[in-house]
Design a protein around this ligand. Sequence first.
Ligand SMILES: [Zn+2]
Length: 254
Amino acid sequence: MVIILIDVHCHINLYLALDIVIKNALDVGVEKIIAVAMSSMSQERVLEIASKNSNVFASLGIHPEEVKANDKIEHQLDSVITFIENSKESICAIGEIGLDHYFVKDKELYPLQKTIFDKMLTLAQDLKLPVNLHTKGAEKLVFDTLLSYKIPNVNIHWYSGPEEFLKIGIDRGYYFSITPAISYSPAVKKVALGVDMEHILLESDGPVEYSGEMGVPAMIKNVLHSISKLRNVKTEELEKQIEENTRKIFSKIF
Ligand SMILES: [Zn+2]
């Protein structure tokens, strides 16, 4: 059996040289990439890229920072939801969604952010899709909110919050995707060490930068090696386990 690597969280619509990014990923064995939408504008673009590239799979949703970046989001909300509902056959997850009380400092925006998050979780529940979650600075509220919904599976992307909630997430059987920040971030290392093998996933969160270098899906190969070293498990064994994990949470991309 050939084992493949899967990048479960990438903002692929933001690359200028998209074809090169996908080719470089394939060259190191990253055969599937989940493209997560963020803004009201990126929903269609993500779908379009996924329809043209057999290695790219669409995940649609509104990012928590959209309340800061787009003052029309409240009025666009219903049409974005309708768009996602109409695209349900073509998407594998709802995301990137969540709450952010770290990059979004203006507390007046929090109620709208929460309203959007609740609507996105309702969508995931109704469409029976897993979620790709952002929790930065709002970990407690995100974890509390999740209890009100029946979501098939939860992936917490780039977790760097308090250990207390990491433990809760682990107990609840959430998945945690590890970024290239594992090379320098103690918080990410803690996650990579703390989560059981059956719930680890890989992500680039590209094109976000790591130590001044543009993040790309091909980098998850090194993330795999870092986790394998950190946990002292054979790379092949870890790779196989992570593919199995990905098959469980994001079954639609297989
Ligand atoms: Zn992201």
